[in-house]
Ligand binder design. Structure first.
Ligand code: GDP
Ligand code: MG
Length: 671
């Protein structure tokens, strides 16, 4: 079966490719859920040295101050014996580095590329893979060293920034913490242990590593630290190691035991002590404030000293020397098999593998859930528009049609708004007609004035034909006001419905430019319809005054004189009753015309505005869009940049999750 570490390595690399570093805004992150080993420690505690020992290669930048200024995600792949070692960076494709000093240079340059030459830090990881027969499958993350003061050229905030960055890694429950502490320093003051204790109080996922064991003062050893757990039984270890039995026979027997055998016995004893301690853990006294107990045993390490590095001592030689150091040490000899960088690498690999195995079902369900979430969000945004001009044109027309559908629903019912047009015809128009000042216009006084003026120097003989006409014409003119007002009222309702429909057309949401263009085109069309409608209703009013209904007047009762002749005496002709009759005749005529117009104006308005809006609101727009070229079409489909960005991010994240799901599937199926 393929190593599950390899699986996680691939998913981790995919995370970097797809820009998932776990610290982003509202996107679901896969990175955070992947188990990793993070190397934590103070500056110069030996982090880089430990990493190099584990890899067995010299490849990390060195120097004073903060050398590691971006997280380094180091993925180790074990290859077949005899194969050549090489390294690859994710950021420069598949270039193979066989010279590891060039790897160091590349890390330095890539760090500077993002952070600048200054001593800034950045959370953007560098991804380095090393393929070698001499490594175990493992992913380790090297982080900037914890520090207490900023040096020259660094912002004051750097101390806090580094701590936050490190914390963001070690906080995650899937993170295995490799807490590096130099042995020539008091553990109680170790930055790594302080941080680990905060985020992992039970010490379940923290591995303590003591470096620089070789630098301890003569006569002291780190057994206190290495056996922090077993300290209450320390006297037993000493007793075993220094005990000289009084009986001569026993004495010689003991001397026969070589160091290895003592070590074996000690291992059993340590195991038993471990067990006892786990059972009596609550009885353990708090020793010198070191109550922080790790569940895993500490591992001691001897790296190359600065002098070794200066003398170019190779890594393999250093490993060899480390092994010898432990084997020959009177202090650590009996636990030599559980010390050193090789042991540490194997220990970590096993631990990582078991953590990953335990986490796979959880990761899988997280992946499936996130895929659902991302797809839902993408559906909500709408998918990307294709670049092809034909498809773009088609998309635009589809969007216009979607808008048109909503708009029609407003007019035909289904959505509110159309009823307001009927309100104009049923209420506003009759009310406006009723308010027309016919009383004043057809008052006795005005009728007399108009008729007399129309007569001129020669008063009318039989009936005041001209006077009638003038009175009627002027009366009918009043209808122009309500007619135009109806047109305008319907126009504004239609305009409002266009605005609403654009807002309600879900598909259009993401295309602000197209929205604006549709609105402009629709309003322009409505404007045209309004002009046409106005002309029509005004003409209808004009038509009423240009030819009067003769029948109406024929049917009027004639003024009859005493002799039964239809002619009147001149005196009668100018009395009040005469003018009142004229006024009332005109008034009745106006009432019949009002009735006609009250019915025909709505017909004209609907014909010219509402029907046109339903049938050809965007016709002009369609013909213009049809003439556009690719570039202009693309502009029409321009989206809100914030939304485009977000969709792109979601799309990439979705791709990541899908590829991760495939990866895991393939490994699970291969089992
Ligand atoms: P980092 O800042 O935590 O990455 O620390 P480095 O790995 O760069 O080590 C800092 C210095 O300590 C270097 O000069 C190393 O050679 C030295 N050093 C690290 N580990 C050991 C060790 O186990 N023994 C000795 N003698 N020197 C060590
Ligand atoms: Mg370092």
């Amino acid at each position: 079966m393929e190593s599950v570490i390899g699986l996680v390595n691939r998913i981790q690399r995919a995370c970097t490719v797809f820009g998932d570093y776990g610290f982003e805004n509202a996107l679901p992150t896969l990175w955070d859920s992947l188990p990793t080993i993070v190397v934590v420690g103070g500056q110069s505690s030996g982090k880089s040295s430990v990493l190099e020992s584990i890899v067995g290669r010299d490849f990390l930048p060195r120097g004073s101050g903060i050398v590691t200024r971006r997280p380094l995600v180091l993925q180790l792949y074990k290859t077949e014996q005899g194969q050549e070692e090489y390294a690859q960076f994710l950021h420069n494709g598949n270039k193979n580095f066989r010279d590891f000093s060039l790897v160091r240079k590349e890390i330095q340059e890539e760090t500077d590329r993002v952070t600048g030459k200054g001593k800034q830090i950045s959370p953007l990881p560098i991804n380095l893979s090393i393929y070698s027969p001499n490594v175990v499958n493992l992913t380790l993350i090297d982080l900037p060293g914890l520090t207490k003061v900023a040096i020259e050229g660094q912002p004051e905030s750097i101390v806090q920034d580094i701590e936050s960055m490190v914390r963001s890694y070690v906080e995650k429950p899937n993170c295995i913490i490799l807490a590096i502490t130099p042995a020539n320093q008091d553990i109680a003051t170790s930055d790594a242990i302080k941080l680990a204790r905060e985020v992992d109080p039970a010490g379940e996922r923290t591995f303590g590593v003591l470096t620089k064991l070789d630098l301890m003062d003569r006569g002291t050893n780190a057994l206190d630290e290495l056996f922090l757990l077993k300290r209450p039984f320390k006297f037993m270890e000493h007793w075993w190691l220094t005990y000289t039995p009084p009986h001569p026979h026993l004495h010689t027997e003991t001397q026969k035991l070589n160091r290895q055998q003592v070590g074996n016995v000690m291992a059993v004893v340590t195991f038993l002590m471990d067990l006892i301690l786990k059972l009596t853990v609550h009885l353990t006294p708090v020793i010198e404030g070191r109550s922080y107990r790790l569940q895993h045993p500490w591992v001691g390490i001897v790296n190359r000293s600065q002098a070794d590095i200066n003398r170019n001592v190779g890594m393999l030689a250093a490993r060899h020397r480390e092994r010898e150091f432990f084997a020959a040490s009177p202090d650590y000899g009996y636990i030599a098999s559980r010390m050193g960088s090789e042991y540490l690498a194997n220990l970590l690999s096993k631990q990582l593998e078991s953590v990953i195995k335990a986490r796979i079902p959880g990761i899988m369900s997280l992946i499936n859930q996130s895929i659902d979430e991302l797809e839902a969000e993408l559906d909500h945004f709408g998918r990307t528009v294709v670049v092809d001009a034909g498809v773009q044109l088609y998309t635009i027309l589809e969007l216009c049609r979607a808008f048109d559908r909503v708009f029609k629903e407003h007019l035909d019912g289904g959505r509110p708004g159309g009823d307001r047009i009927y309100g104009v015809f049923d209420y506003q128009l009759p009310a406006a007609i009723r308010k027309l000042p016919f009383d004043r216009h057809l008052s006795l006084q005005n009728v007399r004035k108009v008729v007399s003026e129309a007569d001129g120097y020669q008063p009318h003989l039989i009936a005041p034909e001209q006077g009638y006409r003038r009175l009627i014409e002027r009366s009918l003119n009043y209808f122009k006001g309500p007619a135009e007002a109806s047109v305008d009222a319907v126009h504004f309702i239609l305009k409002e419905l266009v605005r609403k429909s654009i807002g309600e057309t879900q598909e259009l949401r993401r295309f602000p430019t197209l929205q604006a263009d549709i609105a402009a085109a629709a309003n322009e069309a409505l404007e045209r319809f309004r002009d046409d409608s106005k002309k029509t209703v005004l003409r209808m009013v004009d038509m009423e005054s240009s030819y009067l209904t003769v029948d109406f007047f024929r049917k009027l009762p004639q003024e009859v004189d005493k002799g039964g002749n239809p002619t009147m005496s001149l005196v009668d002709r100018y009395n009040e009753g005469h003018f009142r009759r004229i006024g009332s005749n005109v008034s009745s005529y106006v009432v019949t015309v009002a009735e006609v117009l009250r019915n025909s104006i709505p017909k004209a308005v609907v014909h010219c505005q509402v029907r046109e809006a339903k049938q050809s609101l965007l016709d002009h727009f369609y013909s213009q869009v049809g003439k556009r070229e690719g570039q202009q079409l693309a502009q029409l489909l321009a989206e809100d940049p914030v939304l485009m960005e977000r969709r792109q991010q979601c799309g990439r994240r979705l791709e990541l999750y899908k590829s991760a799901r495939d990866e895991i599937d393939s490994v699970l199926w291969a089992r």
